[in-house]
Write a protein that binds this ligand. Structure first.
Ligand code: UT7
Length: 347
């Protein structure tokens, strides 16, 4: 015991003194093609009024080119991140891509992204936590910075939801869109800044059967039968997921506020997962946060799954709304169920 302590006399101290992880660049990519509610009216028995009043969505983006997959959007985000942060691909030590629509089951979309930008010094892997994927990945990336293992981590959330959307199912086809966003994480310059708290949850027991794609995995590999049964598309019990989302997002948001002594007026922005404006509003109401502080672009992009939160962050950043000391609360909920919250102070 003594020998061990003597051999590593500063280990504990060093570990506690490490800086938190701060976001030093943001970027997003939305494909240019728009699929509006009116376009969907031509395909399905639905209407603009129903979609807008039940979800808040007016239009979504679709990556139309069949040659382009999720990694294309990740590559666009990754290039912008390097440019914004004025670093080269060689500087990136780790790439984490959150997605539930990988280019293929393997290799990972993170490896495709690494190859697109030529980040030869990085290691790379995917995280699948559906709509909570970006927050899970951000939390993982932050730990590699905090531990001192890495100085530059790229975290991207991206989904080509149109590749798993059944455009004959009006209950899901109206909800989703394609898009990607990402950040660079580095050690914060000063103590008290960066990602200060994270709470992550999963509940497979109650959640695994309500939002899922049953075909294409090891349980139901692709066959003519799985295709005929439309098993390679999203299936959702919307009401169940809605109820769980409202409860869980609000609970984790309040937990984050309580743990960090944040009052509603201390929060500069609530950045919620963008699935449904009604879920966003319910979360903000429980937190007591003024609607001006609630970030929402669900009207323009629909639910881009792992893309929603980093897309919002990049828009806030682009609009120069993020200032040193701004308190951000990020919250998400998705298939699994998975959910989580992150508190960060912008540096
Ligand atoms: O990203 C995380 C995961 N996803 C979510 O967070 C989504 C959670 N769920 C939701 O956002 C909502 O449940 C939906 C937007 C999916 C559905 O809204 P709802 O208010 O829960 O509607 P509902 O499923 O209870 O359906 C109400 C009615 C039904 O008709 P009847 O049975 O009352 O006659 C549906 O058949 O609306 C009908 N309906 C539609 N009507 C026009 C369902 N989809 C449509 C549609 N257009 N697209």
């Amino acid at each position: 015991m003594n020998i061990l302590l003597k051999s590593f006399p500063n280990n504990r101290k060093t570990a506690f003194n490490r800086m938190k992880a701060a976001i030093t660049a943001t970027a997003n990519y939305l494909p240019p093609d728009i699929l509006s509610n009116h376009d969907l009216e031509l395909l399905l028995d639905t209407n603009d009024e129903w979609i807008r009043s039940r979800t808040g969505i007016s239009e979504r983006r679709i990556l139309k080119d069949p040659e382009k997959a999720t990694s294309y959007m990740c590559g666009e985000v990754a290039r912008k991140l390097l440019e914004k942060r004025q670093i080269t691909a060689d500087d990136v030590e780790l790439i984490i891509v959150a997605t539930m629509t990988p280019d293929m089951p393997f290799p990972s979309t993170a490896c495709f992204t690494q190859s697109i930008i030529g980040a030869t010094n990085a290691w790379a892997f995917d995280v699948n936590a559906a709509c909570s994927g970006f927050l899970y990945a951000l939390n993982i990336g932050a730990r590699f910075i905090e531990s001192g293992a890495h100085k530059k981590v790229m975290v991207i959330g991206a989904d080509k939801m149109s590749s798993v959307t059944d455009f004959t199912d009006r209950s899901t086809a109206i909800l989703f869109g394609d898009g990607a966003g990402g950040v660079i994480l580095e050690p914060a310059k000063e103590e008290g800044y960066g990602i200060l708290d994270a709470r992550m949850y999963s509940d497979g027991t109650n959640g695994k059967d309500h939002l899922l794609m049953t075909g294409g995995g090891s349980r139901h590999p692709a066959t003519y039968e799985t295709i005929d049964k439309r098993m390679h598309y999203i299936h959702q019990d919307g009401r169940q997921v809605f109820k769980a989302a409202v409860t869980s997002m609000a609970e984790v948001a309040l937990e984050i506020m309580n743990r960090n002594n944040l009052k509603a007026e201390d929060v500069a922005y609530l950045v919620p997962h963008q699935a449904n404006q009604r879920i966003i509003d319910a979360t903000a109401e429980r937190m007591g946060v003024d609607e001006k502080k609630v970030v929402s672009n669900v009207a323009r992009y629909g639910n881009t799954t792992a893309g929603t939160i980093p897309i919002c962050l990049a828009e806030l950043d682009e609009q120069q709304k993020l200032h040193t000391g701004s308190n951000l609360v990020l919250v998400s909920f998705g298939a699994g169920y998975t959910w989580g919250g992150i508190y960060l102070k912008w540096q």
